[in-house]
Design a protein around this ligand. Structure first.
Ligand code: SF4
Ligand code: MG
Length: 338
């Protein structure tokens, strides 16, 4: 298969006292080998939960990945059906993860070198000495000066940007086929952010790893991704190439997102213009389009039934009643292509 990942009808719920929260409601997308795919949307849209489900990092209970979901890894392994032990092995040998805040994912009491070496010894069967050498090599690869000296230091001895580089070194040490980065640069200042993105792009070219990038920052998307999945209220509302999404978006929610695209080549971090209103309650999601309450184009039908997926081109699709052949033509509110 050409795809490293095939996510099909992924459904994830959380069981709470208030009721079942339908956090991810039937998400389907593919990730090609060597491709960087961004999942974008507001907080609570299900983008992080989707990535956690792919890594099987959803605590169950209270979480639950519905058994009708499937997440096919490298054309053969269904992640949903693996035992915990099998999943741990797959994670340790084929997947790398980078999170927003390296301080919470690094062990503050363990030397950096040991943290990189741990997985190599456990999952790749490297000797202590070989793993240490590989750790030094990884620190050099991610651009940490004097790696021979730094390998025996602790996380607090590194700056925020350098810690994020260490996280990337850990994530890439096992030569993963899939790298999942959840808001990898959000906690960093703009200059460091640009350096980390450069590094990730560079490493992706070198290693050929596929990347899933979770972000709310469309500037980061433009910088790193080739494809984009737009999520709203636990569903994919639009997906396509970066060009499709930036220059020919079809869904009113994507139009809203595109109203302000922060650019990394500006010194100032521009604020996104928020879309008015709030997402629906995912304990009792609306029966029609989940975006209807906030959508300036909502029609009667939008409240009655969820729109089907409409194909725009081979890689571009969106779910909106405006794409129905009988729908009224509307004027797009945004200047796209700017
Ligand atoms: Fe708006 Fe209707 Fe399209 Fe939903 S289906 S985004 S409510 S126009
Ligand atoms: Mg998140």
């Amino acid at each position: 298969s050409n795809n490293i990942l095939e996510v099909k009808d992924l459904k994830v719920s959380f069981h709470t006292y208030a009721g079942e929260v339908h956090a991810v409601r039937g998400v389907t997308f593919n990730l090609k080998k060597g491709e960087a795919l961004a999942i974008v949307g507001e907080s609570g849209c299900g983008k992080s939960v989707t990535s956690q489900a792919i890594m099987r990092l959803i605590a169950t209970p209270p979480g639950e990945i519905k058994s009708t979901s499937s997440i096919l890894f490298d054309g053969k392994t269904d992640i949903v059906k693996l035992s915990d032990k099998e999943m741990e092995n797959l994670r340790g040998s084929e997947m790398g993860m980078i999170f927003q805040d390296p301080m919470t994912s690094l062990n503050p009491t363990m030397k950096i070198g040991k943290q990189i070496a741990e997985g190599l010894i456990k999952h790749q069967g490297l000797s202590k000495q070989a793993a240490r050498e590989r750790a030094i090599e990884m620190l050099r690869l991610v651009g940490i000066p004097n790696p021979e000296g730094r390998v025996d230091q602790y996380p607090h001895q590194f700056s925020g940007g350098m810690r994020q580089r260490v996280m990337i070194a850990i994530a890439l040490a096992c030569n993963p086929k899939l790298l999942i980065a959840d808001e990898p640069t959000t906690a960093l200042d703009v200059t460091i952010q640009a350096q980390i993105l450069d590094l990730m792009r560079d490493l992706q070219e070198k290693t050929g790893a596929s990347i899933i990038l979770i972000t709310h920052d469309l500037g980061v998307v433009a910088d790193l991704a080739q494809r984009v999945v737009v999520m709203y209220a636990g569903k994919v509302v639009e997906q396509g190439s970066v060009d499709d999404i930036f220059y020919n978006p079809q869904h009113p929610y994507t139009w809203g997102l595109m109203r302000s695209v922060p650019r990394l080549d500006n010194d100032e971090k521009q604020e996104l213009i928020p879309i008015e209103g709030t997402p629906p309650d995912l304990i009792a999601p609306p029966k029609g389009c989940a975006f209807a309450a906030r959508c300036p184009y909502a029609m009667e039908v939008c409240l009655e039934a969820d729109p089907d997926i409409t194909k725009i081109n081979s890689g571009h699709s969106a779910s909106c009643w405006l794409l129905h052949p009988n729908a009224p033509k509307v004027e797009r509110p945004v200047e796209v292509g700017g």
